[in-house]
Design a binder for this molecule. Structure first.
Ligand code: LLP
Length: 492
């Protein structure tokens, strides 16, 4: 695997402890430069302003980091390139108004999808892309074109899936609080619908009766397997707000049967344990439990439509970029393949992060560099408003310079938002950046743009898609006027 290293990058002696721990030698194609040059190549002033005569010097403390996404790499001059396009060129073309912005690599999304498709060879399967991870229409269209179905959690996501050309009979409508209108649309569109609770079962039946069409349902069961992830992204434990309690399964089977075949049809079972899971054994444990339920249901008779085993999403990605051996889709599927084949079932997988996460980055501009006490800060125009994962989950996301800088130092990378939780990364080893230069938060293709907000009246950022040597805007960033739309026609 290629290293994610600008050419000429040198391991500074001041390598930050947090990053130093994360970095280790791992199969670089490029020989890493052994040591920082005398003087550290620092030709930027302490505030980050370049000295007029000095050409930029590259000293970056990341020579051993593994690059899990070769679609994002560095050219020989030390500029980050996405597929065939320099990030700097996109920044210049978009201008300051469209900064920060998200960039996605189409080829990386294709490669991620292909990993699932190849892993599922020989298994009857639906790869249901979790649109909540990244709802950019160009991304959804691309995945639909590759053959993906979808996992939906709102009526708006269903509309988007339809507009993106998805076959809605290969979508699952999910959620613990689906509204009557959403359910009617889902029934009309022939989505598979997850039953999440007693009231949800009743609402789905109402929607089916109102539409005069049967609803094909999956029962979402909590297998009560600990996914070993942050509490906020853990969903399959006994006390979770999602899904039904195992002990109530019979009640749901009776309810579905009593509603009649023209109203509710039991098409399968579903579980989703959580997100950012790093152990395949966790999926295997859950799949075994779920297959147990399938057998119980089948033994009880009266499940003629039962066909789907939905094992949810949740596969983690290498946010730390240390070359950690994370399970691949093939590892995951291979652990459960015999059970799937033996059960004669169609498997549904619901990946979000592992399809799009490492295909995106948030590119910010450096506004300035300052020091308070013992902490040096790089202040960027990107903030928790555009990318909230670090602030919300204390999530680690790798930050990389997109162009040559000065001497490597240790910095907290923060935004301009009025919150101390407004940080993108802490204690990062980075080359001292010039004002206006670019910093990329890597692996920001999932749960980043979709979770952006207008806090501090910041505007939702522009999104661009790179395809080989070409790139284009695939969603416009908001303008001030967009923020004012909600006042239109009102007397304020
Ligand atoms: N299926 C269901 C029922 C889900 O609830 C989710 C994610 C997925 C599939 C997709 O999971 P994935 O493969 O992407 O891990 N905002 C958080 C993640 C929330 C995940 C919510 N559910 C984050 O930024 O990490």
């Amino acid at each position: 695997m290629a290293a994610f290293v600008p050419p000429g990058a040198a391991l500074a002696s001041s390598l930050a402890a947090p990053d130093a721990r994360r970095l280790r030698a791992a199969g670089s194609r490029r020989p890493a430069v052994a040591a920082a040059r005398p003087g550290g190549g620092a030709r930027l002033s302490p505030t980050g302003a370049p000295s007029p005569s000095a050409p930029p010097t590259m000293v970056v403390a990341v020579p051993t980091a593994v690059n899990p996404t070769p679609t994002f790499h560095y050219d020989d001059a030390g500029y980050m390139v996405v597929e065939g396009v320099r990030v700097r060129d996109m920044q210049d073309a978009l201008g300051e108004e469209a900064s920060p912005f998200y960039v996605y690599s189409k080829a990386q999304i294709s490669a991620n999808y292909e990993a699932y498709r190849a892993a599922l060879d020989g298994v009857d399967a639906i790869i249901g892309y979790a649109i909540k991870a990244n709802n950019n229409k160009a991304v959804v269209k691309h995945l639909a074109g590759l053959g993906a179905g979808a996992v939906l959690v709102s009526g708006a996501e269903l509309r988007l899936a339809m507009e993106a050309g998805m076959d809605t009979s290969r979508t699952v409508f999910n959620g613990n609080g689906k509204t009557p209108a959403e359910l009617r649309a889902a029934v009309r569109s022939r989505c598979l619908i997850n039953v999440d609770s007693e009231f949800d079962a009743a609402h789905i039946a109402d929607a089916a009766r109102a539409e005069g069409l049967p609803a094909n349902v999956l029962i979402r069961i909590n297998p009560d397997v600990d996914p070993e992830v942050h509490a906020y992204v853990s969903t399959g434990l006994a006390n979770s707000k999602f899904g039904i309690r195992n002990s109530h399964l019979q009640w749901f089977l009776d309810y579905i049967r009593d509603a009649g075949d023209d109203v509710l049809r039991l098409a399968g079972v579903h579980s989703h344990l959580g997100s950012t899971i790093k152990k395949v054994s966790i999926f295997k444990d859950a799949a075994d439990i779920m297959l147990g339920f399938v057998n119980t249901i089948r033994e009880g008779g009266a499940a003629p439509h039962l066909r789907y085993l939905n094992i949810g999403g949740g596969l983690g990605i290498d946010y730390e970029r240390v070359g950690e051996e994370l399970p691949s889709p093939a590892d995951l599927i291979n652990t459960i393949r015999p059970q799937l084949l033996a059960g004669g079932l169609t498997v549904i997988m619901e990946p979000g992060r592992s399809l799009v996460g490492n295909a995106g980055a948030l590119v910010s501009r450096v506004i300035g560099v300052k020091t308070n006490g013992s902490t040096r800060f790089i202040v960027t125009d990107g903030s928790m408003s555009e990318l909230i994962r670090p602030a919300l989950y204390d999530a680690y996301m790798y930050i990389a310079a997109t162009e040559p800088g000065g001497e490597t130092g240790v910095f907290d990378v923060v935004g301009p938002v009025c919150e101390s939780s407004d940080f993108l990364g802490k204690g990062r080893s980075l080359p001292l950046p010039a004002e206006g230069s670019g910093l990329a938060v890597m692996d920001a293709g999932a749960y980043c743009h979709v979770m952006a907000s207008n806090y501090n009246m910041k505007r939702l950022p522009t999104e661009v898609l790179v395809d080989g040597d070409e790139w284009r805007i695939v969603r416009k960033g908001q303008t001030y006027e967009d923020l004012m739309l909600g006042y239109e026609g009102l007397d304020i």
